[in-house]
Design a protein around this ligand. Sequence first.
Ligand code: WT7
Length: 659
Amino acid sequence: MKHNNDTITSTLIEDRRFAPPKAFAARAHLRDPAAAKALRESAAADPEAYWRQAAREELRWSKPFTQGLDWSNAPHAKWFADGELNVSDNCLDRHCEGGRVHKAALIWEGEPLDGNEPEVRTLTYGQLRAQVQKAAQVLQRLGVQVGDRVAIYMPLIPEAAIAMLACARIGAVHSVIFGGFSAESLRDRIQDAGAKLVITADGGWRRGQALRLKDVVDEALGHGTHGVQNVLVVQRTREDIAMQPGRDHWWHEHMEAAKAVGKPVAVPAEHPLFILYTSGTTGKPKGILHTTGGYLTHVTRTFKQVFDIRDDDLYWCTADVGWITGHSYVVYGPLAAGATVFLYEGAPAFPDKNRFWDIIERHRISIFYTAPTALRTFMSWGEAPILKHDLTSLRLLGTVGEPINPAAWVWYHEVIGGGRCPIVDTWWQTETGGILIAPLPGVQECVPGTATLPLPGVLPEIVGPDGEAQPANAGGLLVLKHPWPGMARTIWGDDERFKETYFSRVPGIYFTGDGARRDADGNFWIMGRVDDVLNVSGHRIGTMEVESALVSHPLVAEAAVVGRPDAVTGQALVAFVTLTAGTAQNPELAEALRHHVAHEIGALARPAEVRFAAALPKTRSGKIMRRLLRELAGQGTVSGDTSTLEDFGVLEALRASED
Ligand code: WT7
């Protein structure tokens, strides 16, 4: 049987419901639907009480809290503010003391195949703690103190997680920057956060190539220091790199000199844990700030609920640690829950299209969590590589990052999951810290195309443009009226922007930026962003950022960037560009501009298409009419099932009027 976007149309499967498979439900933690319903109801009646209990049940507190939610300084939530704890204590020490010291915490596989054998490293909870203790000492010796910021620019190797946990152990605040970002983007983020130290690697492996990360750090820091006093360099690819005396240090040399001793530093629950930059509607990325106790409560509780984790699971989330998914559901949630996390450094098609399925088969992965974009790519490769492998170890599948079209959902369920595995479609954002809407597998039906119901203690709503409640099935803005523990606390260094971005569209209420509808069963169907933020391959890209990059090119006069539906990447970037007087339009220049954006921001922001125009369509007041450009960009290029990717009619109505 062949599955592709055309053979299974969304109309055929729209109404299909997938009850928890019997074998799954029989072993699930949550198997009583009535109990789950009661839990949701009691949590909705008193969310604060629900989260207080979660914080006590899920975490070890050095000083117990007496306060729950403090919303007196809204929109700045405080959770468990008089309590104290340490994240690395919760992710490591308590498991070491509680019977998991010899349990694998991380199982990592590198990309290169030496002969046929990949390099595999396993770190038990005890070994991981020892590494983190040493790294914490290294940071302290290099002058990092409580509250200092540390930038992390790394490939996906265990040291990335070790670096994050080491920061948490001493109360330093990390800012992880995805290894695909350019020197320019890296410099902006280092400066904005005021990072004192950078942790990087000589490089990492991707598609058989060594990505030279240290070179990018050197370019970002240039001749100045931008406040950075030290750079720690992990050896990975062993390519030749430049080391600047006094500033640059080899990680392994410092680690050898350190000892695996030292206690975690207890910090107040509202102490900053990390800053993570994400794109918004203006040109400058926002440093989303997450703090300690509420965040860890949220990611630990939701990780257990949504992934139904058991001690014998091997859990693989394919996200890079550079994204929020990597923070919350590769590192912090799973380790706080005492799970075994699988990490893979490289690309899915290296050395060929068998790699992912080979990994699942060899390691006996039981839970697999990835993005719809990846699934649509796998679909386009055909089933042969998958059918060659034994994937029967899988018992639960997840998706995140963008709406999943029903055809891809059903393909995931049938071809990868062999019809045995529930699929958890998890809706959340960098700002929400953790998952807010997702099925509870074991007790709940899964429905292709919807993340289904809010998790206990989470109260999303659909409202109209003026904040009025919407009836079932009417499209509207997705908002949250009640605070939740994982919510962002502010935008680093720009609190006004925090209030303006999230709490002004509907005054006083958190606005997600997404449009959605809720059906008669209460399921949330996410329709996509209603602001000028695009979602390309599950990555959030601000149109203004790409426009700024384009106009920084000397031959560009004006630029407008819009999204068009794409059968694989969800949305694709289309740039409309006018050139400076006398500049000739040609395909080479279009290519050069695409390259320019990749160089300025990173390859993930490279437009799929650059179109030249004599002028951009504008309103009388001079605003670019993006609606027209969106239609133009989308026309005639839509192929395959994009039914849930964007509901243009409704989205257009929700977008601020432009003309
Ligand atoms: C935006 C957040 C959450 C981690 C990855 C992305 C979209 C995310 C879903 C989903 C439909 C989704 C939304 C959201 N999104 N998950 N399951 N169904 N849309 O984090 O970069 O902060 O982006 O991704 O539009 O607002 P992010």
